[in-house]
Design a protein around this ligand. Structure first.
Ligand SMILES: [Zn+2]
Length: 182
């Protein structure tokens, strides 16, 4: 097969994105705490939060607010909008846990923040990008997705992506972000 044909046949191939640098840069102590939760899917985010000492509440939040993170009586508390879809709630929780892991000092300084439906909190955009990248690793650990994807033969079709999204408890959009076309 010549080179051009190889390229053509690879058009429908997908690879699982490597873990983010935010994940890679977590201290070994933190990794030890969270990696056991990232060793199965769907990731038990509530149990992970519990391990980290973060309280999670499903709350009635103002319309247009997906989640909140802050300190209450010295305790870190995440509130998730109870009226949003389950997959959405899971990603919001992962995003807030990512803030806790990456931006704890800032949360302590400003007392916390609310996130709109785009998971923007008024904090600098870079902070939100970092949280989204780590959140993606928390809801869809690369190693787990590789394992799950290897159970399908043939190309990764939209049906397969849908199926994978269901298995990980995430939206199709979140799953697509973790898969990269080669
Ligand atoms: Zn955020």
């Amino acid at each position: 097969m010549d080179k051009n044909m190889q390229n053509k046949s690879a058009v429908n191939d997908w690879v699982v994105k490597s873990p983010s640098r935010e994940y890679e840069n977590l201290t070994s102590e933190v990794r030890q705490n969270i990696d056991e939760y990232l060793a199965e899917y769907p990731v038990k985010l509530g149990a992970l939060a519990n391990r980290l000492g973060v309280k999670v509440l499903l709350s009635t939040l103002p319309r247009g607010t997906s989640g909140q993170i802050g300190q209450e009586n010295g305790e870190f508390v995440i509130r998730i909008n109870r009226h949003e879809a389950k997959t959405r709630q899971r990603f919001t929780l992962a995003h807030e846990l990512a803030h806790f892991l990456l931006h704890k000092k800032r949360i302590e300084e400003v007392g916390g923040w609310s996130e709109n439906v785009l998971l923007r909190s008024g904090q600098p955009a870079e902070i939100e990008y970092e949280a989204n990248r780590l959140a993606s690793d928390l809801v869809i650990p690369s190693g787990q997705l590789e394992k799950a994807a290897s159970e399908y033969s043939g190309p990764i079709t939209s049906e397969v992506i849908e199926d994978l999204a269901r298995k990980f408890g995430v939206s199709i959009a979140a799953m697509e972000i973790k898969l990269q076309m080669t």
